[in-house]
Each structure stands twice: as C-alpha cells, then as structure tokens.
Ligand binder design. Structure first.
Ligand code: TRP
Ligand code: SF4
Length: 338
C-alpha cells in the first residue's frame, strides 16, 4: 500500500490561507494516509524571487510549518524538513545543472510569464532560471514517484521528467521518473475577488480568529451589479458564492441562495451569514491545535530536526549512488560500490 513515495514542497510564505488549505493541504492529508510522504520547506527556492529579503525567512518557516502541523500533517507519518538543512540538494542541483540544456529552461512557460510579471526587481538571475533544476533535485533525491502539484507547476514537473531521463540515459538508471499528481484545486478567491494570495492582501488566514474571519468574509466582494438588496444578482458572477458556497455546498441552502439572489429577495449579508459558520467551524479544531502546539516554542524546531535526520539519511545514500554512477567517487566515497 505504501509502495509509492510522495514528495511535495512549499516556499516559506508565512501563515497559510484558505487557498493553501483547500488547494494543497487537504491533498497532503489524504496522501499521508496512503503513501510514504516527504513534505519540505523550499527555503532556497524562496530566494529566487526574495533574495533581497532574507530577514523574514526564519519566522515564515515556523509559521508555515505550524500551520501544516495544525491541520494534521503528521510527523509520525510524513518526513517534514527544510531544504537548506539537507546540503545534498545543492550538490545534486550542481550536477543536474551540468546536463540541463539552457534551451529547456528558457522555453519554460512559467519562467517566461514570471519574467514579464515581476517588474519590481531583477529576477534575470542564474538561480531563477535554474529554479526547475533545483526542484528536480528535491524530487529525485528521495526517488519520489508522485509529486502533487497544481496546474501552474505542471511545466516544471515536465522539465523534471526530462532532466531525470537525461541523467539516466547518460549515467545509468538511478532514478525513477517522477509523475505529476495533478490535484484539482478549487477556486479560492480573496476578499477583492482575485485569486487568494498573501501578496494581494486579500487572504483569509487559517489562523485568523473567528471575528476576523467573519469580518473579512462579510466585506468580501459579491456580484458587483448587485448594489442594493433590490437589485437582482447572479451567483455565477459572485466571488463569494463561487468560493464559499462552492466549498460548503448544501443543497437546500444553494437553492435558497440561487432563488433569493436572482429574485432579489435575500440580501448579501444574509446570504453570507448562512455559510460563514461552516467556514469557522471547520477551522475551529485547527486553531485549537495551533494554540496548543504554539505553547511549546521549540516544537516546530524539533519536528524539523527529526525530519532533517531522516531526509539526510536518504539523501546521503542516494548521493553515494549518484557519485558512483557519474564516476565521481574519487573522493572519500571511493570505496562505495555501484
Ligand atoms: N515550486 C514549488 C512552489 O512554488 C515548491 C517546490 C520546490 C516543490 N521544490 C518542489 C514542489 C518539489 C514540489 C516538488 O510551490
Ligand atoms: Fe453573492 Fe449571495 Fe449576494 Fe448573490 S446574494 S451576490 S450569491 S453574496
């Protein structure tokens, strides 16, 4: 049952929001009960766009991992660690960079898109171009077979597969090709109606107290054509509906909203209040757990230290094989047989 290994990572963005919860963490929870999982903090990847703001990384790691643990990511089942604490990732990154043609990286649609989008700083760096090479190292280091990611990461995963094939072709079969486990990501919109994102300042955080959550949800934009209760609205065009009524579908409620919105017989506040308790209720136990865990300020550090131990062990063994396969065991690993 546990035959395939799963690996996934997140850049340390700090406190997680409902988009992360419904789009990523719920999948991780399901996967950790079925497979051997590695979940890691991609802190070096955070430097690709955030190299000029390193002061917040440590705190962001703690907040993010605390959220992982609060939702039920279980250090007893999954290996939870930080990328920069397992130096082998850097070694494998260097080796893979030698066999990765520049053209593969330059034609990556995600790369091209981000070059255009991010204007506030110079991201035409070697590291940013090489993002998918480092990501490949993260994955194949643990011989992961399944990599759960959203559609935006699919081009990166395709590159990982190509780089892995090239490695195996040049040096012999060392790594299984990772498969993309495309997870269906529900549309979670922020208070302004755009995709929920910390950088848009429109996010509802898992750790927001119930009053804050309620306030944010009550202020969220609705069908913009519906200025007052007497204007008919359309749930299809309402970001609140598309997010929260979709996440907590209740047949009777949906029908009531549909009729009341289109027929202008219910107000938006009423409509929102019908589902807000479901949102808050689901977060209740998560927030309780967060509070309990946060009482021990060293808990996250202990979890990460234990994960680092397990990850390092794996990474150490794989790198010995890699060096041997590449004829690089002229150093201290000379005695290791292929
Ligand atoms: N690129 C991923 C993101 O931005 C993070 C990441 C780094 C990752 N290495 C990975 C995800 C390996 C899956 C597997 O979310
Ligand atoms: Fe959206 Fe509900 Fe208002 Fe209709 S009544 S616009 S579905 S919040």
């Amino acid at each position: 049952m546990k035959e395939k290994r799963v690996l996934s990572g997140m850049r340390p963005t700090g406190k997680l929001h409902l988009g992360h919860y419904h789009g990523v963490l719920k999948n991780w929870l399901r996967l950790q009960s079925q497979y051997e999982c590695f979940f890691f903090v991609a802190d070096w990847h955070a430097l690709t766009t955030g190299y000029d703001d390193t002061a917040s990384i440590a705190g962001n790691i703690d907040e993010m991992v605390l959220d992982w643990l609060s939702v039920g990511i279980d250090p007893g089942r999954a290996t939870i660690f930080t990328q920069s604490e397992v130096k082998e990732h850097a070694e494998l990154f260097v080796l893979l960079s030698m066999i990765t043609p520049l053209s593969w990286l330059e034609r990556n649609p995600t790369y091209k898109e981000q070059l255009q989008e991010i204007e506030s700083k110079d991201i035409r760096t070697f590291g940013f171009l090489g993002y998918p090479v480092l990501q490949t190292a993260d994955i194949i280091m643990y011989r992961a077979r399944l990599v759960p990611v959203g559609i935006d990461q699919a081009p990166h995963l395709e590159l990982s597969r190509e780089i892995t094939r090239r490695f195996n072709h040049l040096y012999g079969h060392v790594f299984p090709e990772p498969e993309t486990l495309l997870t269906e990501v529900p549309k979670v919109l922020g208070t302004d109606g755009r995709k929920m994102s910390k950088s848009y300042d429109n996010a509802v955080f898992l750790s927001d107290p119930p009053e804050v959550m309620e306030k944010k949800l009550l202020q969220m934009v609705t069908d913009t054509a519906r200025k007052r209760k007497t204007d008919p609205g359309d749930p299809e065009l309402c970001p609140f509906y598309q997010t929260y009524h979709a996440l907590y579908p209740d047949k009777e409620r949906l029908q009531w909203v549909e009729e009341g919105c289109k027929g202008a017989s219910i107000g938006c506040i009423e409509c929102k209040r019908s589902v807000i308790p479901s949102v808050i209720e689901e977060m209740g136990p998560i927030q309780e757990k967060r509070e309990t865990l946060a009482k021990d300020p060293a808990y996250v550090a202990r979890v990460l230290a234990e994960g680092r131990g397990r990850a390092s062990e794996e990474a150490g063994l794989v790198m010995k094989e890699v060096r041997a396969a590449m004829g690089l065991n002229h150093g201290k690993d000379r005695a290791v047989k292929r």
